[in-house]
Design a protein around this ligand. Structure first.
Ligand SMILES: Nc1ncnc2c1ncn2[C@@H]1O[C@H](COP(=O)(O)OP(=O)(O)OP(=O)(O)O)[C@@H](O)[C@H]1O
Length: 342
């Protein structure tokens, strides 16, 4: 699979992991903007370096994990404190190691955190820099541990405390979390534990200049390129366009099909939305995008529209960039679909 230009993002992340850890980094962006692909590229390019040890957990691969599954995903029984992940041998990424007789049942959160700390410290003791990356971290949201009489403890909230300790307090380990769930980023952004302890990096749509260069390299003519530039925003759209061209489907046909599919999807979504949502309000929100591709969040995030906005964000019609205070469709194709539906 060809990797398309993401120089700026690659350089940022490659440099970031080599700086001293100081805060948790949240990498966010519209659905399918290429967050994981860029992150994997960073790992691929840097994991050959002896001094960096990547712990990479891709929760996208799993159905929402239970507590037991979380433990199995994150830990491996071994006599080593950290070891190569057998399932990802080509990437050279590691997992946390726990002793053979480690009992995954009846664990407290402190036991779990002790093991993470031991692994991180073992890497540091070996003179290397640990980098912990979790893709779609929000999937751990519903896991709770017994708080020994003090009520259940949320794994995710407690993990944030540990991450702050590992980054901002002890500068031991980078922690990078990827997510396309922007309502989750919104929660994080308002979370008091993470105030002054987290940073955000947006991996957005491809820039027009990059799209132009890629299409030129791929042999599209000027007329096709100029047509595409009005519609393309996501990397996989380019791969699909290339395949379709090989299959004899023109650029115009492909793009029209995409818009139709998205418009039909949106109509279906509205027709089948939960009864407590108001169709007029959905239309009021979508109408804001009639002449504008981006809208300031305060124009839409109002008390009486909040349920409908959330619905459109959760269903990946709209992308909410809470850091920059902007709401826009998840792709330019989605924008055209919205304009067709309203
Ligand atoms: N720079 C790139 N070059 C080539 N293909 C890419 C690039 N970035 C992403 N893709 C392709 O686009 C699709 C989506 O990419 P990816 O899964 O990385 O996006 P994501 O933002 O992590 O998605 P999600 O929002 O679902 O978490 C994949 O098929 C991937 O191969």
């Amino acid at each position: 699979m060809k990797f398309y230009n993401r120089e700026k993002e690659l350089n940022y992340l490659k440099t970031y992991v080599q700086l001293e850890p100081n805060s948790i980094l949240f990498v966010y962006g519209p659905k399918s903007s290429g967050k994981s692909t860029v992150m994997l590229r960073v790992i691929e390019e840097l994991s050959k370096r002896e001094d960096l040890i990547f712990f990479y957990y891709d929760l996208r691969k799993y159905a929402t994990p239970t507590k037991e599954e979380f433990l199995k995903i994150f830990f491996e029984k071994s006599d080593k404190k950290y070891l190569l992940n057998k399932l990802e041998i080509n990437l050279g990424i590691c997992k946390f190691g726990v002793e053979e007789n480690f009992d995954f049942n009846n664990l407290s959160l402190n036991d779990v955190f002790d093991k993470i700390n031991e692994s991180i410290n073992a890497v540091v003791k070996d003179g290397k820099k640990p980098v912990l990356i979790i893709d779609e971290l929000q999937k751990l949201k519903n896991i709770y541990f017994n708080g020994n009489g003090k009520g259940d403890k949320s794994l995710l909230s407690e993990l944030f405390n540990l991450f702050v300790h590992l980054t901002k307090v002890r500068h031991l380990c980078h922690v990078i979390c990827l997510t396309s769930d922007t309502l989750f980023i919104d929660e994080i952004y308002r979370n008091s534990t993470l105030k002054n302890a987290s940073e955000y990096y947006l991996i957005d749509w491809l820039r027009k200049g990059s799209i132009r260069n890629i299409l030129k390299e791929e042999g599209f003519n000027e007329e096709e390129i100029n047509y595409c530039l009005d519609y393309l925003s996501l990397p996989y759209e380019i791969s699909q366009l290339i395949n379709n061209k090989k299959l004899g489907v023109s650029v115009e046909e492909t793009i029209k099909q995409w818009i139709n599919v998205e418009a039909d999807g949106l109509r279906f979504l509205i027709a089948n939305m939960p009864e407590d949502l108001d169709e007029n309000k959905i239309n009021e929100i979508l109408n804001k995008f009639k002449n504008n591709i981006k809208v300031r969040d305060y124009e839409i995030i109002k008390r009486d529209l909040i349920k409908e906005v959330k619905f459109l964000i959760e269903n990946e019609i709209l992308f909410y960039d809470v850091i920059n205070g902007i709401i826009k469709p998840t792709s330019i194709i989605e924008w055209y679909a919205i304009k067709e539906v309203i």
